[in-house]
Design a protein around this ligand. Structure first.
Ligand SMILES: NCc1[nH]cc(CCC(=O)O)c1CC(=O)O
Length: 453
């Protein structure tokens, strides 16, 4: 484990460790993240927003090099300390969470889409910053004149290792080929966004285009590389894409107090629905789930305002110890945050009713694109973050009824077989538990365990 202070960080910043009650004398509050250009940009975005909200407090940014960043050629599931019993996704958060628990960090900034839908005991996603454009982007190789993915000639190679993108795009464009960039030159690193862009443009590159998240490209200042946005019916984005999740030690009252104004409730409700849906569907693995969500506030007196609203009942049971995100959108800024000992009765009188219309379009696609289960949910009225989450859970059950269950079972079975096979080969090859260099075999068929992307 290495971790280093980012350049802007005052080297002598004292570490502040949380106390039970909010302590305005806290002068420094350490924000941790992964070491990648994108992660650092995103984290500074959050730290700057917090510094603006709390002029008396400093927010030094510290990055840690996670295993996933250090070892960029071994298949991710072989690096996971948990293998098939735990999602490989948690790889990106495990080490950071350990440092958060120890008090080295007080807050973690993540791309929400990389955060497992179920957090480990002791942690909570306290808030989400306002979402960037959540859509995927089509990025054409420099000098190649094509404007849209439809224009690419048959046989063109698209660089993406995301099962979600491959599955949906195979379905829409059976004539195109999809390859994980990591498979091109086995020893090349998995790579951050800038590496991928330069690989795309390299004279020997086999790729005609890439598919990347619009939000990531925008944040690293590469918006000009986006040739065209991709969305339904061609490609639905990943759960949580484009949003930043702020993770704290659960029950850290100081953190809650510092973060309560940083969240964007519409983003939190939309992402709550998306993560609720994914949690019901995934059963431990990253799956080709696509989604598009809109959340629109209903003003008092407008149609829908009087309806009961999903998740209204939970507002009666919130007390001072409830996770901050449960207060999303319903705790007025001028109202003090409940203290941990406040009862549900006390808390209830401080909340303001909120109603929003939520629209959800979600899909599960088989890896070869042959089966695509799509569900456009009827509009629903939700009254709380938990209501949005419940609505997402319900939509997932509907998707399962429509046939998504079989698609997911197939994928999970294939994946288990693959994992066992890879693990056996890795053990044969170097007699260790996957810390070696890997050999880059087997990438490129779209079925490997990959980051959600
Ligand atoms: N899979 C990796 C990843 N995780 C988060 C982002 C940035 C997009 C976001 O903010 O959700 C990316 C890059 C990408 O998908 O192109």
């Amino acid at each position: 484990m290495s971790f280093a202070l980012a350049p802007e960080t005052p080297a002598t910043a004292p570490l502040f460790r949380s106390t039970q009650s909010y302590n305005f004398s806290a002068k420094s509050y350490t924000v941790g993240t992964r070491k990648s250009a994108l992660a650092l940009v995103q984290t500074h975005l959050v730290a700057d927003a917090l510094a603006h909200l709390h002029p008396g407090t400093s927010f030094p940014v510290v990055h840690s090099t996670t295993i996933g960043d250090r070892n960029q050629s071994t298949p991710l599931h072989l690096l996971s300390p948990y293998s098939s019993s735990q999602p490989a996704k948690s790889l990106w958060t495990d080490e950071l969470e350990a440092l958060l628990a120890k008090g080295d960090f007080d807050l973690l900034v993540h791309s929400l889409k990389d955060v497992p839908t179920t957090l480990k005991e002791g942690f909570e996603i306290a808030a989400c910053m306002k979402r960037e454009d959540p859509r995927d982007a089509f990025v054409v190789r420099e000098g190649l004149g094509y404007k849209r993915i439809e224009d690419l000639p048959e046989g063109s190679v698209i660089g993406t290792g995301s099962v979600r993108r491959v599955a949906q795009l195979k379905r829409a464009f059976p004539g195109l080929k999809f390859e994980d960039m990591a498979s091109w030159h086995a020893l090349e690193p998995r790579g951050n966004l800038n590496t991928r862009l330069s690989k795309l443009d390299s004279p020997t590159s086999p790729f005609s285009a890439l598919i990347l998240a619009t939000s990531g490209l925008t944040r690293i200042g590469q918006t000009h590389r986006i040739t065209c946005p991709l969305s339904s019916p061609v490609l639905l984005h990943a759960v949580g894409q484009g949003a930043l999740g702020l993770e704290i030690r659960s029950g850290d009252q100081t953190a809650r107090e510092l973060l309560r104004r940083a969240g964007h409730w519409q983003t939190e409700w939309a992402c709550g629905a998306e993560r609720g849906l994914l949690r019901v569907l995934e059963g431990g693995c990253s799956v080709p789930v696509g989604i598009e969500t809109t959340v629109e506030e209903i003003q008092k007196g407008e149609p829908g305002w009087e309806s009961a609203g999903y998740g209204e009942e939970i507002l009666k049971s919130l007390d001072g110890s409830s996770p901050l995100i449960h207060f999303s959108g319903v705790l007025p800024i001028e109202t003090p945050l409940p203290s941990p000992s406040d009862t549900a009765d006390t808390v209830r009188s401080t909340l303001q009713p909120r109603r929003a219309r939520i629209k959800l379009l979600a899909s599960v696609t088989s890896l070869d694109g042959s089966v695509h289960v799509l569900h456009e949910a009827p509009e629903a009225v939700v009254a709380s973050w938990r209501g949005a989450e419940r609505w997402g859970e319900e939509c997932a059950r509907r998707l399962i009824d429509l046939g998504a269950g079989e698609v997911l079972e197939d994928i999970n079975r294939m994946r288990r077989e693959r994992e066992e096979e890879d693990l056996r080969r890795a053990k044969e090859a170097n007699g260790v538990n996957g810390n070696g260099n890997g050999n880059g075999h087997g990438h490129g068929n779209g079925a490997e365990v990959q980051m959600s992307a």
